[in-house]
Design a protein around this ligand. Structure first.
Ligand code: UT7
Length: 328
């Protein structure tokens, strides 16, 4: 059983942070950021909560799908930057969108979140005959967790949201969800400083001992090495299950972290860059929202058409990775 995306919507906050803006608080420059990452600007949520961006994207997706919110049976929000420890972003969005008959929960698979959440949605649709529509919402406010004194990471991230209304279909579908928890310490934001004796017991606790709590830290080089393996692998694992190749795919929609990661993945897959949707130049890395933001933009621009085969491939903290292949 496959899925059909009935409608998508996106929302980004109005405040733009350009590469030049960063020169006011860290030693950097536009040329370094553009050539090393491909990013030119990104959005900042400011006062807007994560759920608020998710709600706006969700309302647009529901309108595009032409569905009655009361017929949505499940809301899944993926986020690594929730406004609350509890309740879930999904519960808030369920209420705010009038999806009164839906169950609601969040998924945190970091930047792979939309791939994970869409696959979970498909599994719910497959096993529950009474479920008609699932609303998947990716919403992220990285700017609230970024350390704006760390020039190697603060320039990478941005805020935004995108959502999809999904129903079941008999169209082509495959997925592969993966994780390598040995890299848990390479990209993290922690809310607890553990005792030294506990930290000593594991190789992922306290990799950045001097950093303040609640801020996002990463070992960029190690994450990069992981990413250039994980992106092509995500596609290959999903593709081999249904015996298709990269030549069967019309569009690859990769996680938008760094243009060099996407170019290396394209080369490894032997697929032309023209088949890869890229939006990181204007949104930066919006974690789980990056894939659906790119997908939504390409649909709105008329690049992606009904009947085409898409591969969504992601990687992120965890370290998680995964891919889904489906017909739009
Ligand atoms: O969703 C997943 C999120 N994470 C990722 O995808 C991160 C993956 N990693 C990367 O994208 C890259 O590793 C970075 C963009 C983070 C860094 O690029 P790099 O080419 O690996 O640079 P580097 O860390 O090797 O740093 C090269 C130099 C260093 O200076 P020295 O030691 O050579 O003098 C850095 O201090 O560039 C310096 N540098 C900067 N210079 C100007 C680091 N950040 C900046 C900056 N502006 N913003």
């Amino acid at each position: 059983m496959g899925i059909s995306i009935l409608g998508m919507g996106s929302y980004v906050p109005g405040q733009v942070l350009t590469n030049d803006d960063f020169t006011r608080f860290v030693e950097t420059n536009d040329e370094w950021i553009r050539t090393r990452t491909g990013i030119t600007e990104r959005r900042m949520a400011g006062w807007e909560p994560t759920w608020y961006m998710g709600k706006q994207a969700a309302l647009r997706a529901i309108e595009a799908a032409g569905t009655d919110p009361a017929e949505i049976g499940l809301v899944i929000s993926c986020t690594a930057t929730s406004d609350f420890n509890t309740p879930s972003m999904a519960s808030v969005i369920q209420h705010e969108t009038g999806a009164v008959n839906a169950a609601a929960f969040d998924i945190n698979a970091a930047c792979s979140g939309f791939v994970y959440a869409t696959d979970v949605a498909r599994r719910f649709l497959e096993t529950d005959d009474s479920l008609k529509y699932v609303l998947v919402v990716a919403n992220e406010a990285l700017s609230r967790f970024v350390d704006f004194t760390d020039r190697a990471s603060c320039i990478l991230f941005g805020d935004g949201a995108a959502a999809a209304v999904i129903e079941k279909s008999d169209k082509l579908y495959s997925s592969a969800l993966c994780s390598d928890g040995s890299g848990a310490g390479l990209l993290c934001s922690r809310s607890l400083k553990v005792a030294p004796e506990v930290a000593q017991e594991s190789d992922f606790e306290d990799p950045f001992p001097d950093m303040p709590l609640h801020k996002l830290y990463q070992n960029g080089k190690e994450v990069y090495k992981f990413a250039v393996q994980a992106l092509p692998r995500s596609f290959e694992l999903a593709a081999e299950k249904i015996n298709i190749t990269k030549d069967d795919i019309d569009w690859f929609i990769p996680h938008q972290a760094n243009i060099r990661i996407i170019e290396t993945a394209a080369k490894k897959l032997g697929a032309p860059m023209e088949k890869f949707i890229v939006t990181l130049d204007h949104y930066g890395n919006t974690s789980s929202a990056s894939i659906p933001l790119a997908l939504c933009e390409a649909i709105d621009k008329g690049m992606i058409k009904r009947g085409q085969k898409l591969a969504l491939i992601g990687f992120g903290a965890g370290l998680t990775y995964g891919g889904i292949i489906f017909e739009y």
